[in-house]
Structure formats: C-alpha cells, structure tokens
Design a protein around this ligand. Structure first.
Ligand SMILES: Cc1cc2nc3c(=O)[nH]c(=O)nc-3n(C[C@H](O)[C@H](O)[C@H](O)COP(=O)(O)O)c2cc1C
Length: 408
C-alpha cells in the first residue's frame, strides 16, 4: 500500500484557559492553560486532535508523491499510521487502476471509508483552492447555530456597557496639506433609490410580493443581461454587478415564502433562462422554518417574503484563479456587489432588503445538496414588504398591483 498526506493540512497549537480550582483555594494564580494540537484539513470538515507521534509521521509523509507504507513504517509506528489513515490525514492509494475503478464505482454503492476519504481529498485538489482560503472557508461555516446558542445580537447599549465606546466613526488621517473641500453632491437619478435603501427587520408575514417584483429583483440582480462568447465552447455572462475575472461564479438559490403565483419552497434561479427550478416544495410553515434555520434564528430577517442564498461556484472562479491568494476574497466581493444591486432594486420597489453572513452554511449545504469544497455558501439576502414605514414607497411604484396585500 502507498500513502500520502492530504493536500491541505494546518496544525494549530490551541491553548485553552480554565480555572485552576486547587490554585484558587491556595490563593495563587487561578488560570490554568493547556495546549493541544489540532489538525485542520478542509476535506475532512472537522478538527482532529493529534499527538507528537502523529505530528512526526505527518511531517515525514509528502502530500504529492505516494510513499510505500513499509518505508513510512521504518520510522513510525503502524498504530500511528493506521490512526492517521482512519482520520483521513494520511491517504491510501488505490493499488491498481482496476482497484481505482472499483473504488469510484464503490463511491456510488457503499465505498470503503478509506476510499471516501481519498475521494474527498481528490475533490479538494481538483478545485484549485488556495490552502489558507480552503481552511478559512471550511472552518468558518456554522451548523445549527440557533438563538439559544448565542445568535441573538446584543443591543448597542449592551455593547457600550461591555466594550466601552467604539473607535470614532471616521479616522483622523494626517495629510501633507490642508483638506480640500468638495462641492456638495449634486442631485442625480440614482438618489431616489440610493437614499431609500435600508435594511429591513420588520417584514409583514401577511404580505406577498407580486411575481413581477420578485422576477425583476432576480433577473436584474442575478440574471444575465447579455451572453458573450469568448471561445467555441466558452461563454461569459454580463450582469448588472461587476465580477472578478468576469466569471460570475455566484449564483442564486431561492427560498420562496410568499410570492404571488409561486409555491413556497426552494428553487435554483437560472440566470440565462430566467426560470426558477423547483428543488424542494414546502408548506408555508416548512418554508418559514427553513428560513429561520438558514439565518440562524434571526427572526427579524427570516420573515422576508423571499430569500436568496448566494453560492459561489468554486470551479468556475478557480478555473482562472488557480491556487490564487485573492480568489476567495474576489468571490466574496462578488456576492457583496450582487447584494447591493438587490438592495437597490428592492428600494426602487419601495421595499426593504437584508443581507446576512450569519448563516448556518452547513445546514444550507444540506438543504441544497451542495459540497462545501465545490460550492461556497457566502451569504443570504432577502426582501419583503415592511410592516411599517416603507408602505408609501411601495405604493408609489406598485400602487395598483396590490403589493402589501395578504397572499392569495
Ligand atoms: C456583510 C453584511 C452582513 C450583515 N449581517 C447582518 C446580520 O447578520 N443581521 C442583521 O440584522 N443585519 C446584518 N447586516 C445589515 C447591517 O446591520 C446594516 O447594513 C447596517 O445596520 C446599516 O443599516 P442600513 O443597511 O439600513 O443602512 C449586514 C450587512 C452586511 C453588509
């Protein structure tokens, strides 16, 4: 059997502080610090505690070239090697091509644990992730963060009591000459929406979005305004937001709660066809529960009539930006641009919108059947009719459409 180390592995000496009760009662230092080594590997999606013998073996086996197991065993215990294989930090090569074929067949029909671990590592290798980006992405995802596990945001008053005053809203930069005064901003056509944009936290659960409003929001934010051919079999989309490399890797998965004419549930939005592909039907109650789970119990956002999960297609972006330091950042920025366009279209319709990165990414991946190594769930935005405040603006633009009325 031949072995190699997984493609991406970081080792963290994590310090944990605890009360030293014996010291406390003896009247001396009460903080006890202990350190343990954790292996962080994005293809495994969980932290693994390792010891000094594991560290030595991991340092001795390369991540590119396969090494005979017997060679490794000359300097390292079989028990250590087997443990690391079991964890997926070391990987076993399928011995022959024939076995490799069997392994890929097994993946559909009950692959062995070592085959599955190797396949996860190969998926990671195939995406061209920058290792630190893969690590940050994998280990910043949430599973089942709910209000009772700390999602309820502290008020500003609580923050002030806890942390004192924040740094001032503007930094004082020392220039080389006095600041140059600029003329006041002249009125412009964008002002009507720019100045009305706001984050809504009071969505009306009795009001539906008209289909035309939802369709415009989706098409003008996530839809292709143009298709450009850049090669015989290569196309790029032109959207209303910019995109790193023009690749537009971020796509929209939609959770409908209340849109007139659309059944509640999960959909994928097709940016060229301007269609919503149903993925999972839901009752209104189920859709509301999915929304709450997605936004980690932020009930002030979950009531929005329509939510959009922005998902970065890693393979599309990293096709160009292979192992690139800035690729993950660029993909996140793409989602930020799309979100602002979404906000402005909502403002145009007289509606509040929201964006949140405080999401249960892992639960969303499970809902949508996504692999975090191939699809980066970045943020959720949404929109709906406000219970108070924004109503006049809604009527300004959609006065005749019945926006704000309870859904049929
Ligand atoms: C990246 C990002 C993440 C955000 N996350 C949350 C969030 O988790 N919950 C929330 O209620 N608002 C969230 N917001 C909204 C901000 O709180 C909001 O933009 C801010 O309070 C300013 O209000 P305005 O958008 O109405 O100008 C987020 C905004 C951004 C840009």
């Amino acid at each position: 059997m031949k072995l190699r180390r997984c493609a991406v592995l970081y080792l963290e000496p994590r310090e944990e502080l605890d009360i030293d009760w014996a010291a406390l009662f003896a009247g001396t230092s009460t903080l006890a610090a202990s350190t343990r080594w954790l292996a962080l590997a994005p293809h495994l999606d969980r932290e693994i505690e390792v010891d000094a013998a594991d560290l030595a073996a991991l340092g001795a086996v390369g991540a590119s070239v396969w090494t005979e197991r017997d060679t490794v065993l000359r300097h390292h215990d079989a028990a250590v090697v087997d443990r690391l294989l079991g964890h997926g930090l070391l990987l076993a090569q399928a011995q022959q091509e024939q076995e490799q074929e069997q392994a890929s067949q097994q993946e559909q029909s009950g692959a062995g644990p070592l085959d599955i671990l190797r396949a996860r590592d190969e998926t990671l290798r195939a995406q061209h992730w920058r290792p630190l980006a893969a690590l940050a992405h994998t280990f910043s995802r949430w599973r089942d963060v709910r209000s009772d596990t700390g999602m309820e945001a502290p008020s500003f008053d609580e923050l002030l009591a806890r942390h004192g005053n924040p740094p001032p809203p503007v930094q004082q930069v020392t220039g080389s000459a006095p600041a140059v005064p600029l003329p006041a901003a002249e009125p412009g056509v964008l002002d009507a929406v720019l100045l009305r944009r706001y984050t809504g936290r009071n969505y009306d659960t009795g009001a539906s979005l008209p289909l035309a409003v939802a369709a415009r929001l989706l098409q003008r934010t996530f839809g292709a305004q143009e298709l450009r051919h850049v090669g015989p079999h290569a196309n790029v989309l032109k959207k209303t937001s910019p995109s790193g490399g023009g690749l537009h890797p971020v796509e929209a998965f939609v959770l409908v709660q209340r849109v007139a004419g659309l059944a509640p549930g999960l959909y994928h939005y097709h940016p060229l066809d301007n269609t919503l592909l149903p993925l999972r039907a839901a009752t209104p109650e189920q859709a509301a529960a999915l929304a709450m789970q997605m936004v980690a119990d932020q009930h002030w956002l979950a009531d929005a009539a329509l939510q959009v999960v922005m998902v970065g297609r890693v393979e599309r972006s990293f096709w160009k930006y292979r192992n690139h330091q800035k690729a993950y950042r660029a993909m996140s920025l793409d989602a930020g641009h799309l979100s602002q366009t979404f906000y402005l279209l909502a403002a145009e319709a007289g509606l509040p919108a929201f964006i949140t990165a405080a999401i249960n990414d892992i639960d969303i991946e499970n809902m949508l059947g996504l692999d975090h190594l191939r699809h980066a769930v970045i943020a959720v935005c949404g929109c709906g009719v406000a219970t108070t405040g924004a109503r006049e603006m809604v009527e300004l633009r959609y006065g005749e459409t019945g926006l704000g009325q309870a859904s049929a």
